[in-house]
Design a protein. Structure first.
Length: 455
């Protein structure tokens, strides 16, 4: 316990005692005997209902009835006739000088609440202006801390201007918008706003940082820096991150415990690896998804996603495949990029959220010919050969972007899904084996066999 703590404690005790005294005074005032009219007082004298009275200066009379009830009244004049009437009816008479403290008591009752409010207000203001161990200190002060050897200080020292400038430069550099920092924010794209907002939030050193799908914007470099910063916050600095995402890879990298929400209700709570499996397992299989309205479709001014589908070799929508069957993935999108050649990127993920492999539209020999920097609607199709996938449930992440410069125009995680099974009839890699088969994928490789007879 330091000295400042005891000072604060003593001050709070004094404030509490003063408040209790004031409440006690109010209670005394509120419990005063009821006041009766002077005419009623005279009637009670004639009826011999009064046992005793106390006459104070300026005609104030306190009295007690024969039944024990108390009262007060005010006599215009304390005359000899009034005294005689009291004597006649055997009323005990007390005389009391004027209470000089009553005036000051009234003044105190009138002004004390205002003075108490002003005092508490000044106290809290002083507490909040200072840092350190003050009772009401909060926030992150930028002021430079001075030692006992420092003999002078400037306004810049008190305001923490140099420290704020340095931190502002870190925020701008991290966000990657330094070339456009002079541009009005209203002209920023959504991605630029999110990048800048994340940079500000991450550098304010909050105890709890809530992040919702921040990795869905920006290029790969920003996403990598964002993940690194979140790792530093949660692991290196020991603070808490509440991370909301459909990116299972980021979830597994950043978190140790997860909540799975389904239609606004808690569906699962537990370790990250179990939560990811539950999320992917319970998510309903969907072989296709379509956006008819270009304005509502995912994307930006350079590309908009229209449709993605999982099909069999006959072109029919399908969600379940034998391990030996080909799987077709078809992506249709509006190509609005007249500056660079767009390309589709597909990530295939397993139940654990691990990316098994990625494939890209630009591997098609006709890609450069089709993408001639004119607007159009592109339909791109790729084939996953049979005897490549292992058994299990899989989801597809689709993105559209361009390279050199690297830009992501849209990204939809786990937008469609499918399952692969092995009938163990001998046509697949595992042959007729019924035991668990290792490996994230199950390619059918070519083998050559030779035999040399023993002599």
């Amino acid at each position: 316990m330091n000295q400042q703590f005891y000072k604060n404690m003593a001050l709070w005790v004094v404030i509490l005692v003063v408040i209790l005294l004031f409440v006690t005074m109010l209670k005394q005032e509120q419990t005063a005997p009821p006041e009766i009219a002077f005419s009623e007082f005279l009637i009670n004298i004639d009826a011999s209902n009064i046992e005793q009275v106390t006459i104070e200066d300026e005609g104030l009379i306190h009295g007690q009835m024969l039944d024990g009830g108390e009262f007060t009244t005010f006599a215009p004049v304390i005359s000899d006739d009034l005294i005689a009437a009291l004597h006649e009816h055997r009323v005990t008479i007390h005389a009391k000088p004027k209470d000089e403290s009553s005036f000051w008591r009234q003044i105190l009752i009138m002004w004390f609440p205002l003075l108490l409010f002003i005092g508490l207000w000044l106290f809290f203001i002083r507490q909040m202006q200072a840092g350190g161990g003050k009772a009401m200190s909060f926030g992150k002060s930028k002021a430079r801390l001075l030692t006992e050897n420092d003999q002078r200080m400037t306004f810049a020292d008190v305001a923490g201007i140099e420290e704020s400038k340095a931190e502002l430069e870190e925020i701008i550099d991290f966000s990657g918008v330094e070339l456009y920092i002079g541009t009005p924010v209203k002209r920023y794209s959504t991605g630029m706003k999110v990048r800048l907002a994340f940079a500000v939030a991450a550098h304010l050193e909050p105890e709890i940082l809530v992040i919702d799908e921040v990795l869905a914007v920006g290029d790969a470099d920003f996403q990598r820096r964002a993940i690194g910063k979140m790792e530093d916050i949660s692991k290196g600095e020991g603070r808490t991150i509440l991370f909301v995402s459909h990116d299972m890879t980021a979830i597994k990298r950043l978190t140790s415990r997860c909540l799975v929400l389904q239609e606004g209700e808690l569906a699962f709570e537990g370790e990250t690896i179990d939560a990811v499996s539950h999320y992917l397992r319970t998510d309903s299989l969907a072989p296709f998804k379509i956006w008819e309205d270009i304005e509502l479709a995912p994307g930006n001014d350079f590309a908009r996603l229209r449709r993605i589908a999982v099909m069999d070799r006959h072109g029919e929508h399908q969600t379940h495949f034998n391990v030996t069957e080909d799987i077709l993935l078809e992506v249709e999108y509006w190509d609005l990029n007249e500056a660079h050649r767009n390309t589709v990127i597909l990530h295939i993920r397993n139940e654990r959220g691990e990316v098994l492999f990625a494939t890209n539209e630009f591997t098609c020999p006709r890609w450069r010919e089709v993408h001639d920097c004119t607007k159009g609607r592109i339909t791109a199709r790729c084939r996953i050969p049979g005897n490549l996938m292992a058994e299990g449930s899989f989801t597809v992440c689709v993105a559209v972007g361009n390279y050199n410069p690297n830009m992501v125009h849209l990204k939809e995680d786990d937008v469609v899904s499918f399952q692969v099974h092995d009938t163990t009839q001998g046509e697949g890699v595992r042959g007729i084996a019924t035991n668990a088969w290792p490996g994230l994928i199950r390619p059918m490789l070519d083998w050559e066999i030779e035999k040399t007879p023993l002599s």
